[in-house]
Design a binder for this molecule. Structure first.
Ligand code: OSB
Ligand code: MG
Length: 367
């Protein structure tokens, strides 16, 4: 394959409504779009999805831009990779910075799939022709949360994830369960609890939750294995899983029953597929996590979710969940709880060039 230039575009747009967790309230979303172009004018797209501040991962938009501009892009353009599979070893001297690597790998993988005229999901062995949609409710007001569930249920979402913390959990979940006794419901704590909360967390076993995501420390694996032994509800790890190595540790210690794979957080397609394969071999179900992202990242996630082990609906919702207008065409649509997988080459979606231009605050091209 040939990559002749790489472009970075910082874009910014307001969310339709604030996204509230106990750690942060997100009102505006900034990401970096990565475009890898070949000499025939084909373009592969990636999306770097850290936040503007380091509340969820240590990376930020600025650190990501720095890593891409000063290390990853120069190394990649100088080495002329023949296949995207060479990138991880090419970058092995650069520690961590997973979101920067993921976005550049996404762009080059998309370009490669377009050159080979194959849909990305198929390139990695995915077989699904539609993927199940799930949605996240991130509000501290239970009335607002229930209004959102009511609205999203019109599209038939197959899984509802509620953000919880010690001040918004038992009462919150009991009201939601009271109103919706049968919806597939899970809770994401984003590390809001400690092992001292075991008796409190055991009360959550009463609400028929599919799983509880990341109850303990963002970098913990050992304490989750102790907690899991005392909870009936399966634990799902998110923040703790940043690599194949982390996933292997978690499975070995019995720290969780489910893994949330976020391609961006583990460094891209190659690592995400390795974690998927490990979980499949061990009979551990996985689902595809979201990052409040724009359509390019969503398109990569849809393609990833076509792989066999993704048996639980992920954080994959419609473009209209967060955006007045997305940067892809057609936008992601959820109907009857499903998203149709596009069969066109690469990420399968086109770019809404006008929208992308309107949202761009800074851009730079590298050759
Ligand atoms: O913990 O899963 C999380 C969004 C940003 C940061 C962390 C998380 C989330 C989500 C996914 O919950 C939301 C989405 O993309 O729909
Ligand atoms: Mg999470």
């Amino acid at each position: 394959m040939k990559v002749s230039s790489i472009t970075l575009k910082v874009i910014n747009a307001p969310l339709k409504q604030p996204f509230k967790t106990h750690l942060e309230t997100v009102n505006d979303r900034e990401v970096i779009i990565v475009e890898a172009q070949d000499k025939d004018g084909r373009i592969g797209y990636g999306e770097a999805v850290p936040f503007s501040s380091p509340w969820y991962t240590e990376e930020t938009i600025k650190t990501c831009f720095h890593m891409l501009e000063d290390f990853l892009i120069p190394l990649t353009l100088a080495s002329k990779p023949r296949h995207p599979g060479e990138l991880q070893s090419l970058w092995s001297g650069i520690r961590r910075n997973a979101m920067a690597k993921s976005a550049l790998e996404q762009a080059i993988v998309d370009l490669y799939a377009k050159q080979e005229e194959i849909y990305l999901g198929r390139l990695f062995g995915g077989e699904r022709s539609e993927v199940a949609a799930g949605v996240v409710i991130a509000s501290h007001d239970v009335g607002e949360a229930m209004r959102q569930i009511e609205g999203f249920s019109q599209s038939g979402y197959q899984r509802y994830k509620i953000k919880i913390d010690p001040r918004h959990d038992i009462e919150f979940l009991s009201q939601i369960r009271g109103a919706y006794p049968d919806i597939p419901l899970m809770a994401d704590a984003n590390s809001a609890y400690t092992l001292d909360d075991i008796p409190h967390l055991q009360q959550l076993d009463d609400y028929k939750l599919m799983m509880i995501e990341q109850p303990l420390g963002h970098d913990d694996i050992v304490e989750h294995s102790r907690l899991q032994k005392q909870l009936q509800t399966p634990i799902c790890l998110d923040e703790s899983i940043n690599s194949y190595h982390d996933a292997n540790s978690a499975l070995s210690l019995g720290s969780c029953g489910v893994i949330n794979i976020k391609m961006a957080k583990v460094g891209g397609w190659t690592e995400a597929v390795k974690i998927h394969d490990l979980c499949a071999e061990n009979g551990v179900p996985v689902w595809c996590g979201g990052m409040i992202e724009f359509g390019i990242s969503r398109a990569h996630n849809i393609a990833l979710a076509t792989l066999k082990g993704f048996t639980i609906p992920g954080d994959i919702s419609s473009s209209s969940r967060y955006w007045e207008e997305d940067i892809i065409e057609p936008e992601v649509v959820v109907e009857g709880g499903m998203i149709q997988v596009p069969e066109r080459a690469g990420i399968g979606f086109s770019i809404n060039e006008k929208r992308l231009r309107d949202l761009t605050t800074y851009s730079e091209i590298y050759r």
